[in-house]
Design a protein around this ligand. Structure first.
Ligand code: FE
Ligand code: FE
Length: 259
């Protein structure tokens, strides 16, 4: 199977990226941080996963299964390679930020119908857009593309100091921090930047990177292997696998999440 084949992807994928590129500006991202980073809904871990079973990622040309299957496939591939529990948990929860749809809206691109504020490859806003990105022809639709050089950023300020196109990565990172998840820094970093393909896959944004980014990039790359190549359009046995994973997730995160 060929992964990330955007040339033969359906119109829905292309449309999704057009809207994402038009709407995901510095101004929008700042607005999203303010609006969505207040957490008050208590949801049990079991319910979190059930809710993701209703979500099919419109931006993904590879897979049309509910997201829960993707999470289990990712975690299973990590477990089979003998990686530690925390990385298995990271695999299982890395896309849980798509739950944002339960407090989302069409206008913000955070609903099941309009997903351009939830999913898709991301990029840094507030500076010119990279040429190594899916559908680079849409970059010109973004007003931030007309910034020069590093835009609003200082050289080597680090990704944590940058605004990234908003989506499930940033939302889940903020949720994990708010919920004081007992995961290592590497795990939080992976969750926060796993969709930043122009950076981790194509080496863009070198001038924005700091020492922390250099240190953690290999983790994001390692993780991406499992995020991408574990994808299969076949259902996994959710119940059996959950017997193993639910207690594991509870050990690191607790019995519920406040989102
Ligand atoms: Fe993701
Ligand atoms: Fe994923």
């Amino acid at each position: 199977m060929n992964f990330r084949d955007y040339l033969s992807a359906q119109d829905a994928v292309k449309n999704h990226y057009k809207k994402q590129r038009q709407n995901q500006t510095l101004q929008y991202v700042r607005h999203m941080h303010q609006k969505y980073h207040n957490f008050h809904k208590h949801i049990s871990i079991e319910k979190c996963f059930q809710l993701l079973d209703d979500f099919i990622d419109v931006s993904d040309p590879d897979i049309t299964l509910p997201n829960l299957h993707h999470l289990l496939q990712t975690a299973e591939a990590i477990r089979k390679d003998g990686h530690p529990e925390w990385l298995q948990v990271t695999g299982l929860i890395h896309d849980l930020g798509k739950l944002i749809y339960i407090k989302g809206s069409n206008k913000d691109g955070t609903s099941i119908q309009e997903q351009w504020g939830i999913v898709g490859d991301t990029y840094v806003v507030g500076c010119p857009l990279p040429k190594n990105i899916v559908y680079p022809e849409f970059n010109e639709l973004n007003p931030d593309h007309y910034y020069t050089e590093l835009g609003i950023y200082e050289k080597n300020c680090g990704l944590d100091a940058c605004y990234i196109a908003y989506g499930h990565d940033e939302f889940m990172y903020q949720v994990l921090k708010y919920n004081q998840a007992k995961l290592p820094e590497e795990a939080l970093y992976i969750v926060r930047y796993h969709s930043l393909y122009p950076w981790h896959k194509y080496g863009e944004y070198q001038d924005l990177m700091n020492e922390k980014d250099k240190k953690f990039l290999p983790w994001v790359k390692l993780f991406n292997k499992y995020d991408l190549y574990s994808k299969e359009n076949s259902y996994v046995n959710v119940e059996d696998l959950m017997d193993y994973y639910i207690p594991l997730v509870k050990k690191y995160i607790g019995t519920y999440l406040i989102i």
